[in-house]
Design a protein around this ligand. Structure first.
Ligand SMILES: C[S@@+](CC[C@H](N)C(=O)[O-])C[C@H]1O[C@@H](n2cnc3c(N)ncnc32)[C@H](O)[C@@H]1O
Length: 453
């Protein structure tokens, strides 16, 4: 494999070795102990006190290794001739393979040297782990990356895009070979840095300030108040701290825009944490109120923090409640609008959260469908006649999206789908599905209902 070697990078990497140890510690937790990547990485970064560059380097190794786990395992599989007994070995081989194959600026000999040292540091006394690591990585460097043959398309795509085979088969069944390949390659692209500008703020002023700060904001294709910025770090700006902008995907924010607001409504946000859409609803109803539920009491402080920062707290009340009990807690017909942004498989978010792909299985889709339908069953009576119900998910599966709509309508013939316009998007049949390759946004589903007149 030919790599362009940047000597400045090499020197920096060799003098700052801790980044890789942080990455390895994190990956041991995530890959061998099923911990969450963001929590484990934050904990390890906090302990290590790395420079900003080294933190970025460790972060890239962790997320890249997780993102390409299946692909990397395939590269290493026939090079590993012995049982990997020590817990650090598999994560170390995977993260080293990631650097060799994907990080062009990192010289292979730096990867080898550092892997060697980490093997000695993490291995037991008298362990021969460093020899295994050395042998496998040298063999990998000699050989080019490989892929399975195309004869078995699901397996080929599973390895190539590092997505479990069941999910590839699912996509193939629903969208065919060409679209599946497009969806899969798009979810491995870097996620956009995207912000939503508060409706209480002047968009032109925000754009001008972002330009001054070097964020080079660009218009979103989907949405009016969303801006794509050139790089991360926006949450450190005063625009963010003062509640003029928030971080919200351009497809996700369409769900609230599917409502036709008057401005004084009573709204129920049935599944609200961390509160992105609660804030957005509150911005639309200067004389109204939102009740924001979540089953997990410990997540409600995120909703409250978000509302406070975005200066809409006065119009929001949070309440820990299983939405499946909402019809016992509130009077029938109390609300003008109800949003069910349901718990779901989250498969529309794979680009942002690479491990989602490994945590889900086919049966989850129907298990989640049951919960989604139960929530809808128990909130729909809370809507006043003429009120609007929006059901949305951050997934793209038929079971959790169109099938939920179909089953709900069958059980509740008093409801019908309502065509809607949300920012730059139209949903003439009352449903809008955005696949991750359509606009480079999250995959998202929105449906809107009204009580039949
Ligand atoms: C997709 S997230 C909501 C995201 C949120 N609407 C936003 O825009 O920030 C789904 C939320 O539903 C909550 N949840 C799951 N089951 C629930 C239930 N039975 N009742 C209420 N909330 C539930 C989860 O804790 C999670 O916070």
């Amino acid at each position: 494999m030919v790599k362009v070697i940047n000597l400045k990078w090499e020197k920096r990497l060799l003098t700052n070795r801790n980044a890789r140890a942080v990455a390895l510690d994190t990956l041991i937790r995530v890959l061998e102990k099923d911990s969450y990547s963001n929590i484990s990485l934050n904990n390890e970064l906090q302990k290590a006190h790395l420079s900003a560059n080294d933190s970025n380097f460790a972060t890239r190794i962790v997320y890249g290794t997780i993102q390409y786990k299946i692909y990397l395992e395939y590269q290493l599989h026939d090079l590993i001739k012995t049982k990997l007994k020590e817990i650090y070995l598999r994560p170390l081989l995977l993260m080293s393979a990631y650097q060799i194959i994907f990080m062009d600026k990192v010289p292979n000999r730096a990867v080898l040297n550092e892997a060697n040292k980490l093997a000695k540091q993490f291995g037991k006394v008298n362990s021969n782990g460093f020899r295994i690591v050395n042998g496998v990585l040298r063999a990998l460097i000699r050989r080019r990356p490989i892929l399975p043959t195309l004869d078995n398309l699901p397996f080929y795509l599973s390895v190539k895009e590092s997505v479990p085979e069941w999910l590839v088969e699912y996509l193939l069944k629903h969208w065919g070979a060409e679209r599946t390949a497009s969806i899969l390659s798009s979810i491995n692209e870097p996620a956009k840095n995207i912000v939503r500008v508060s409706q209480a703020t002047n968009l032109a002023n925000v754009i001008s300030e972002m330009n001054q700060l070097g964020f080079n904001p660009q218009e979103s294709t989907l949405n009016l108040n969303e801006l794509i910025v050139s790089h991360g770090g926006i949450s450190k700006t005063s625009l963010f701290k003062n509640g003029e902008i928030t971080i919200q995907d351009e497809a996700a924010s369409l769900a609230v825009q599917a409502f036709d607001f008057v401005g004084n409504e009573q709204v129920l946000d049935a599944c609200s944490a961390p509160g992105g859409k609660t804030v957005q609803i509150a911005e639309n109803i200067p004389q109204g109120n939102v009740i924001a539920l979540d089953i997990h009491e410990n997540k409600l402080h995120l909703v409250e923090q978000n509302c406070q920062r975005m200066k809409v707290s006065k119009r929001v009340t949070t309440k820990a409640l299983d939405a499946r009990n909402a019809d016992q807690a509130f009077a029938a017909g109390k609300f003008d609008k109800v949003l069910v942004d349901a718990p779901c498989s989250g498969l529309g978010l794979i680009r942002r959260k690479p491990e989602i792909r490994y945590n889900k299985k086919l049966t989850d889709l129907t298990d989640l469908q049951k919960i989604q339908l139960q929530i809808l069953d128990h909130v729909c009576s809370l809507l006043r006649s003429g009120g609007e119900l929006v059901y949305s998910t951050c997934t793209i599966t038929q079971e959790e999206d169109e099938d939920v709509v179909k089953i709900f309508l069958k059980k509740h013939p008093e409801f019908e789908l309502k065509p809607f316009k949300a920012a730059k998007m139209q949903a003439p049949n009352g449903m809008l599905k955005i696949l991750p390759d359509s606009y480079g946004s999250d995959g998202f589903f929105i449906s809107k209902f009204v009580v039949r007149g």
